[in-house]
Write a protein that binds this ligand. Structure first.
Ligand code: LCS
Length: 394
């Protein structure tokens, strides 16, 4: 099927109702295994000389529709689906590294990715460095002979700092090492890292791609050769696969991704402006803010600034927690990208595993809060924030 515009592909790509008795929604192939017509057919499928499904850990038709769809949305050759964002991140990193290698990382990653990198170092001697990545020279200077890949988030969770995708892709190309980008905060609607020359995109599909807070899943997209390697090594043998039902739910969620993202971005823009003006707010971190140090990068690589805002409250950790406790409509929860607006305290929640020194180096102080702006009326969200501010001020 030829690529259409994004809004059409999120609904149609990779599925044809004519081939499925007219079923408008893709059928859910909730099966662990597939029967062979003969022993010889089974042999041929295992040998790879005949097409066809074998066993759902190795491939499933519902999952396949999702994988084909995300590949097109991220403008890559091949997509793979996983049982969580962390399964996607770990499968890709394990597929691309071996003992003694080194990974160069952005200054800040999701807390469990930080934990994974530490585990890789402790168990397998695969080391890593976190660097600012503000210039190509800095990146080139930090690449060692044993550097196997560059791993970045942009925007970085939860500091909202950005990495210049074109710059990092050029640095990777110069040294011949692949660049992996965690695109969770943008979704493919707002940013396509492969278009800038990066090599692999990973997602926690739990977030915007699902959009409804009811699935844990991951996705990865890249060139066929490298994704085949991930599929036939870490995905197959470590086995962090997605369930067919979760793939089916993601296909349902994806259909509304563009309309949801537009609303997330619109609401976040209004709330970021409100927070910036608030006397009890110290600083707002939002890529759409013209005074943000990364505003130029945002305009180059993001179609819109996204639905996440981080901000520091004037005061202590306790004050920040008091503020959270004063909210009613906005829920205290980790995760992001849902219809509901969620607030979390990174220092004690998503990044609690990061030792204090590293956490502060990443730019996560005790008074930082992260708001995942949902789809509610922005005025109701503003009123809820205002009520909580009033409570901590009295
Ligand atoms: N990458 C990023 C940027 C994330 O934010 C997360 C989860 C993951 C990967 C892992 O995805 P999962 O396995 O959970 O699907 N981020 C979370 C967060 O900020 N709050 O709760 C989870």
């Amino acid at each position: 099927m030829k690529n259409k515009r994004f809004e059409t592909d999120v609904i149609h790509h990779g599925y044809s109702s004519e081939e499925h008795k007219g079923s408008l929604a893709p059928p859910l192939f909730q099966t662990s295994t597939f029967t062979f017509e003969s022993a010889e057919q089974g042999e041929a499928r295992f040998a790879g000389t005949a097409d066809g499904y074998i066993y759902s850990r190795l491939g499933n038709p519902t999952v396949r529709v999702l994988e084909e769809r995300i590949a097109v949305l991220e403008k890559g050759e091949k997509g793979l689906a996983f049982g969580s964002g962390m399964a996607a991140v770990s499968s890709v990193l394990f597929a691309l590294t071996k003992s003694g290698d080194h990974i160069l990382c952005s200054q800040g990653v999701y807390g469990c990715t930080f934990g994974l990198l530490q585990m890789m170092e402790e168990k397998f001697g695969i080391s890593h460095d976190f660097i600012q990545m503000t210039s190509k020279e800095e990146v080139l200077d930090s690449i060692r002979p044993e550097t196997a890949c560059i791993y970045i988030e942009t925007p970085i969770n939860p500091t909202m700092r950005l990495v210049d995708l074109k710059m990092i892709a050029e640095a990777g190309k110069e040294k011949g090492i692949p660049v992996i980008v965690d695109n969770t905060f943008c979704s493919p609607y707002l940013q396509n890292p492969l278009e800038f020359g990066c090599d692999i995109v990973v997602h926690s599909a739990t977030k915007y791609i699902c959009g409804h807070g009811d699935v844990i899943a991951g996705l990865a997209v890249g060139k066929k050769e490298v994704m085949d390697k991930v599929a036939s090594t870490t995905l197959k043998d470590i086995g962090g696969i997605i369930s067919p039902f979760d793939a089916w739910l993601l296909l349902r969620g994806l259909k509304t991704l563009p309309v949801r993202m537009d609303r997330h971005c619109e609401n976040a823009g209004k709330l970021a402006a409100y927070l910036k003006e608030h006397e009890l707010v110290e600083e707002v971190f939002y890529p759409g803010d013209e005074q943000s140090p990364d505003f130029q990068i945002a305009t180059k690589q993001m179609r819109k600034p996204g639905g996440l805002i981080s901000f520091t409250i004037k005061g202590t950790k306790q004050k920040s927690q008091q503020f959270m406790n004063g909210l009613k409509l906005i829920k205290i929860a980790v995760s992001l990208g849902d219809a509901e607006t969620l607030i979390q305290h990174p220092a004690t929640m998503t990044h609690a595993v990061v030792p204090e020194k590293s956490r502060l180096e990443m730019g996560i102080p005790d008074n930082l809060l992260r708001l995942s702006v949902g789809l509610e009326s922005w005025e109701d969200l503003r009123d809820d924030l205002e009520m909580a501010f009033t409570r901590i001020n009295t």
